[in-house]
Design a binder for this molecule. Structure first.
Ligand code: UTP
Length: 326
């Protein structure tokens, strides 16, 4: 059981579903919203989406699709916006490139070019106007049908070594309903996230979500549990998204729809304390690239050695620092 002081902040009493261990795994489809305007990353996102920004040598969204595939979700629907073409092309075959690499016998790069299209059965749908994350998820309704499904935000990376999504799918199997991923953040950061009111579930790392509020002020936040970009949603969310009015920022908020589900006692949270990166934020993007580059067997040793020298230089004089500017 969680020992955090933030686990039982809510006074709301709601009936929650009990675990049903025999429930079959029903989740096969993943939805990846990637239609946001990416204003925090302008001007880089003027002509491309933030989900296509490279993290080492792959676009951020490829890590997200790899994560879905690793959790057994072999049908992935991309919700695309004005930069639809680049995302579609990335997850399609590139015949000219493949021919050129085949002719050169460059099998390593040939595999790298082919991999994105082989990850899953990938579909695309356009969100006409970026009316909010809730609206983006609603765009998936016909593709998803009446089955539960996962949502992975295209700019939110979970370290490839983590198993968060698989844990969330297990929780859905046992409790049914919907599952959100929660991360404890410092109080001064909670206004950047959706925030969950929670109570203990009786199970380690799993909480009952009794309420959700989008980007609350520090004073209004019911806890320090931030909702991060992984969800396993019951299809009931679509009926709610159809009528939920625009919320914070004039956008149709997924959090507002989840609040309705939480009030009905059908939302659980999986508490995550692993590595997660918001690549839509400039500083976090830089940290992501450095961290994942250090972890790469092909680049890591040389890059880490340079990084150590660079960091040591930061402690030194301006002249020493200048050596790295060239
Ligand atoms: P964000 O709020 O991080 O995306 O949405 P944004 O609006 O592009 O960000 P900034 O603040 O302007 O930089 C979270 C996720 O939801 C998607 C985004 O692409 C991102 O993956 N999204 C958001 C949509 O697909 N459609 C929308 O209407 C809004």
């Amino acid at each position: 059981m969680l020992s955090s002081p933030y686990t039982s902040m809510s006074r709301m009493i709601v009936p929650h579903a009990t675990p049903t261990p025999a429930a079959p795994r029903a989740v096969r489809k993943a939805v990846v919203p990637a239609a946001g305007l990416g204003t925090r990353f302008l001007p880089a996102t003027k002509a491309t989406s933030k989900e296509m920004l490279p993290v080492v040598d792959k676009p951020a969204i490829q890590y997200v699709v790899e994560e879905a595939a690793a959790a057994g979700l072999d049908d992935v629907l991309m919700i695309t916006g004005r930069h639809k073409r680049a995302i579609e092309d990335h997850f399609d075959h590139a015949f000219e490139l493949e021919q050129a690499l085949t002719a050169k016998g460059d099998t390593v790069r040939l595999d790298a070019v082919r991999d994105p299209a082989r990850l899953a059965d990938i579909h695309h749908i356009r969100q006409g106007d970026p009316l909010g994350l809730g609206h983006a998820v609603l765009c998936a309704r016909h593709h998803v049908g009446d089955q539960p499904f996962a949502v992975l935000l295209g700019d939110d990376l979970i370290d490839p070594r983590e198993t968060l999504l698989s844990r969330m799918l297990e929780v859905r199997d046992r409790y049914q309903g919907s599952v959100v991923a929660l991360m404890e953040v410092p109080p001064e950061q909670i206004h950047l996230y959706g925030c969950a009111a929670v109570e203990p579930s009786g199970e380690d790392g799993v909480v009952r979500v009794t309420g959700l509020v989008e980007k609350p002020s520090r004073a209004d936040a019911p806890s320090r549990y931030a909702v991060i970009g992984r969800y396993v949603l019951d299809p009931a969310v679509f009926g709610i998204l159809e009528h939920v009015p625009p919320g914070r920022g004039g956008e149709i908020q997924l959090t507002d729809a989840l609040q309705e589900l939480a009030a009905g006692g059908t939302v659980h949270g999986v508490v995550f304390d692993g590595l997660r990166y918001d690549t839509g934020d400039k500083a976090d993007y830089l940290r992501t690239v450095v961290q994942l580059a250090c972890d790469r067997p092909d680049l890591g040793p040389e890059f880490t050695a340079w990084l150590k020298e660079f960091a040591a230089g930061l402690e030194g004089t301006g002249a020493e620092r200048g050596r790295f500017a060239a």
